[in-house]
Ligand binder design. Structure first.
Ligand SMILES: [Zn+2]
Length: 126
């Protein structure tokens, strides 16, 4: 079963592939938890030669996506502590802080992937 089909934005975002051809990798090291290389991206897609950093400072915009993703995490976590009926504020804060630290590399890369996908469509240009 493969729900995420090549050619969809979701495929490019989740698999962190070039949004134009869905072949090239967005990041040099596919492991986001290798923190020293977390932001290392090839200048261009190795398959279609799309320039990833469309303009200087392009990826600063990914911070807005990161912010939105973090809000989603906060809401999901608030729902979770409500459902589990956890009344300890400090404990909740510690758990959430821990979750944020653990998912940070994923959020960071997903944000860049989503941000680039907002500007480049599949097979849009060579
Ligand atoms: Zn490409």
């Amino acid at each position: 079963m493969n729900l995420i089909k090549k050619g969809t934005k979701l495929y490019s975002i989740i698999k962190m592939k070039c949004p134009n051809c869905h072949e090239g990798h967005l990041f040099n090291n596919s492991n986001p938890y290798n923190l020293s290389e977390i932001s290392d991206m090839p200048e261009r897609c190795e398959h279609c030669h799309l320039k990833y950093e469309i303009e200087t400072g392009f990826f600063y915009g990914a911070m807005y996506v990161s912010y939105a993703l973090t809000i989603v995490l906060v809401v999901a976590f608030l729902l979770l502590i409500y459902v589990l009926n956890i009344n300890d504020f400090v404990l909740s804060l510690l758990i959430f802080g821990g979750i944020l630290v653990v998912v940070f590399p994923l959020v960071f890369r997903l944000s860049r992937s989503i941000w680039l996908n907002m500007f480049v469509a599949y097979k849009s240009r060579k």
